[in-house]
Design a protein around this ligand. Structure first.
Ligand code: G3P
Ligand code: CA
Length: 263
């Protein structure tokens, strides 16, 4: 936007490094999170899965197949077995343009290792994935948040599962929550839906694909934040900012940084 007001708003847009700077480096590795920070991402986005022995790890899929050299379900692996996997070589094969020999052999990080590495004052945007197959994951997440004294003013926890968010809210109402939503066609949200979400969450995270200006403005005017996922093109970033989004997930935090700077 061209007005002074729009420029002011633009600076506050949350730049969320989706799975780290996952356009540049293998998703959900310490390297990818580090790169997200260096590229001016405000938040590191972390998807959680749980091992057979109850450790929370950073991984998007329920299976290790896509992002490691292993096969099968995370829930059938112990953490010791997960640590044997190579979480980087797949990226080099899939993305020759961004390949780097240093990525070969990268480990799958535990949430605990991430908190140890980035510290309590970092901004984390954590998703409970597949909570129905990992009973107790919300409690374990909170235990680690408290163990590492993670700053709850900035922390955001997200899920597609309303039930998982409601469990979080009950266990610790001070943790700020985002309701993820996946639209398969033109996005519409009713007053009733907004009212229900406001009971436990401070914002929504819809896929950006089917969003429109009316949707964004309705959500924002009702006092909720809106962080669409996953936006990787500068033109679309600019359009969403003009519509009034309060942040977005991107695999390229460097590009969103440029857009925010007006470049
Ligand atoms: O968490 C926002 C976005 O990441 C949701 O989709 O499948 O990439 O976790 P997904
Ligand atoms: Ca996610």
């Amino acid at each position: 936007g061209g007005t002074a007001f729009a420029k002011e708003k633009q600076k506050d847009i949350l730049n969320v490094s989706h799975r780290g700077a996952s356009g540049h480096a293998p998703e959900h590795t310490i390297v990818s999170y580090d790169m997200g920070e260096k590229m001016h991402g405000d938040y590191i986005e972390i998807d959680l899965q749980m091992t057979k022995d109850g450790q929370l790890i950073a991984m998007h899929d329920e299976k290790v197949d896509r992002t490691t050299d292993g096969t099968g379900l995370v829930k059938d692996y112990t953490i010791a077995e997960i640590k044997q996997l190579d979480a980087g070589s797949w990226f080099n094969e899939k993305n020759p343009k961004y390949a780097n020999p240093d990525y070969a052999g990268l480990e799958v990080p535990t949430l605990e290792e991430i908190f140890q590495k980035f510290g309590k004052n970092n901004k984390y945007y954590i998703e409970t994935k597949s909570p129905e197959i990992y009973p107790g994951m919300e409690k374990e997440l909170l235990r680690l948040i408290d163990k590492y004294d993670v700053d709850k003013e900035t922390l955001l926890v997200q899920s597609f599962s309303q039930q998982s968010l409601e469990i979080m809210h009950k266990l610790d109402p001070s943790v700020k929550l985002i309701q993820l939503i996946s639209y398969k066609t033109n996005a519409v949200i009713t007053d009733e839906e907004i009212g229900a979400i406001k009971k436990y969450a401070i914002g929504v995270g819809p896929n950006h694909t089917y969003l429109n200006k009316e949707y964004v403005q309705k959500v924002v005017n009702n006092g909720l934040g809106i962080h669409p996922y996953t936006v990787n093109e500068k033109e679309r970033m600019t359009q969403l900012i003009d519509w009034g989004v309060t942040g977005m997930f991107t695999n390229f935090p460097d590009l969103l940084h440029e857009v925010k700077k007006g470049k």
